[in-house]
Every structure is written in C-alpha cells, then in structure tokens.
Write a protein that binds this ligand. Structure first.
Ligand code: CUA
Length: 310
C-alpha cells in the first residue's frame, strides 16, 4: 500500500488535470468508505452490546429502509453520475490536440511515433512532451491487449488490437512521470514500463526538430561497422544508416534515454552489454535472441557506439 504513495508513479500524486480529477475521486471514495465502515462498526457494536432500546431501533424496519435501501441507492447513483462525468472530461474530444504522439503496445515495449515538423520519426519507451500543452496519445496494439497508464498524468486506457483509442493528457510541471502497462500481456508484462519526460516548450521543440534528422556520428567507428555486419539493422533502425529494421525498438537516440528494456534497466554500458548477451534473462521470452558471439572488445565497441547515439 505504501508503494502507492511513491510520487514517481502514483495516482495520488497528480501532475495533470485528469490525474487531479482521478485523485479527488479516490479521496472521496476513501473518505466515504471510512465513514460507512465506522457507521457499520458502531451499529454492530450497538446491536451486540447496546441497550434494548437501541437494539430495537437498529433492528427496526425504518432503519433497514433508510440504511439498507435508500442510502445505498442514493450514494451509488450519485457516484455513478460523478464517474460518468469524469470519464467524459477525460476522453479526448474534437478538435484533436495540435501534438499527437502515436503509441503502439508491443510484447513487451512501446513503439512511439511523432509526426515531426520534417517528417515522421520513431522512438521507443521514452515519450517526450512539452509542459502545459494538451497532447493526444493515439493508442494501438500490435499483438495483444495492453493498457497505457501514467498515473501522475491521468487515467488508464486500453490498447486493443484493431482499434485506435485516444487519450488526452497534459503535464502541468516539467518532470519525469513513470507509467506501466496495466493489462496482463504475457510473461514479462510487469517489465513493460515507460517514462514520459515533460520538457519546457523551447527544449521540446529543439528535441522534436533533431528527431527527424540522422543520428549524429551514426556511421563512425568500429561499433558502427559491427552493428551493421552483425545484422542488428535487420530488426533495429538507426536514422542516417543502412539499419532500417522496424521489428524492434528504434535505436537512433538510445544513448539519450534514461532506461533500457522498456524503463526497467538503468541505461549504462554494462546493462546495455548484458541486454545484448543475456536478454532472455532480463526479459524472458522477448523476440531478440541472445548475442553471445561477440568478444569483450567487440561488445565494448558496440555499447560505446549505442551509448553515443543521442
Ligand atoms: Cu503490455 Cu502488459
């Protein structure tokens, strides 16, 4: 329970309008449930040990009509109305927001696509958005049902195969908001996390502009050559190189991400090397085979290359 109070991924630490509404509803429900629990406990105590007069009152028909029928009917109707109103406020309405980010759930990572000023480009697992602006997240699935949930920014919305759902979120403050796939989607479902990085508008515009261009220094050095010759580019893309695979995450800016393996592993050269050689231990069942053919020097060159892609 205490884990839910951690600010990094908590519905009770809202940093956006939608999350604030959900948090308010949660507190109303907590408070209401507490009051009802106390009333029920007090009634029970009276029913067991109260004076005959009190016991007669509690067992009377009037108490049952009021407490057993009228009270639940009124309370649940009001809560239902409030809940429906809350959902209407949260679902993205027309016209669409100026910034749209396409997020596709995959086993077990997040494919991200930005429209970009100079053409569309791909990212993975780390979503950047500007602060204070509404963003439409266009949610799809490539395989099974996933669920997109960043508790500090808003409610969750399922990613359903064959359907497109749109969730509108706004971050009120710059910061890093952690999210999690909230629908069981196979083995390492728990290892399918993501981060939303909310940046000041100008910084974001710069980042977005850079995204459409080739990755800097993407073709230089031994690591780059090894990346090509080992066939990494069959599944992964690095902009500005021959690597244009779309099966796995786009690696054009992998060095700039805070985490690896869908926000579950800090982005260090050691972890990157381990992901290449022991990926099935880190995320069992993921589609990438383990590459243990590299020598230590080759592995170092490869991780240095990937780390340099920012
Ligand atoms: Cu994707 Cu659970």
């Amino acid at each position: 329970m205490l884990g839910g109070c951690n600010g990094a991924q908590s519905a009770l630490a809202p940093h956006g309008d939608d999350a604030a509404r959900v948090a308010l509803l949660s507190w109303i429900l907590f408070a209401g449930a507490t009051i009802i629990l106390l009333v029920v406990a007090a009634s029970l105590a009276l029913a067991i040990g109260g004076s005959p007069r009190w016991r007669q009152r509690i067992g009377g028909e009037r108490a049952i009509r009021l407490g057993g029928i009228a009270f639940p009917a009124v309370t649940l109707t009001v809560l239902l109305g409030y809940g429906v109103w809350l959902m209407r406020e949260t679902i993205a309405a027309d016209p669409p927001a100026a910034l749209r980010v396409e997020v596709t759930g995959e086993q077990w990572w997040w494919r991200i696509a930005y429209a970009g000023a100079n053409g569309p480009f791909a990212e993975a697992n780390e979503i950047r958005i500007p602060v204070g602006r509404e963003v439409d997240f266009v949610l799809r699935s490539a395989d099974v049902i996933h669920s997109f949930w960043v508790p500090s920014l808003g409610g969750k919305l399922d990613m359903i195969p064959g359907r497109t759902n749109t969730l509108r979120l706004k971050a009120e403050r710059p910061g890093i908001y952690r999210g999690q796939c909230a629908e069981y989607c196979g083995g390492p479902h728990a290892l399918m996390a993501l981060e939303i990085v909310a940046m000041p508008e100008a910084e974001f515009a710069e980042w977005l502009k850079a995204g459409a261009g080739p990755a800097p220094a993407a073709t230089e050095g031994a690591g780059a050559a090894l990346f090509q010759s080992a066939g990494c580019g069959t599944c992964h893309a690095v902009r500005g190189t021959q690597a244009d695979g779309t099966v796995g995450p786009d690696l054009s800016r992998i060095g700039g991400r805070r985490f690896l393996a869908a926000a579950t592993l800090p982005n260090t050269p050691e972890n990157l090397a381990r992901l290449i050689t022991h990926g099935q231990t880190i995320k069992p069942g993921n589609p990438m085979p383990e590459f243990r053919v590299f020598s230590a020097d080759q592995l170092a060159a490869l991780t240095a290359y990937l780390t340099s892609l920012k």
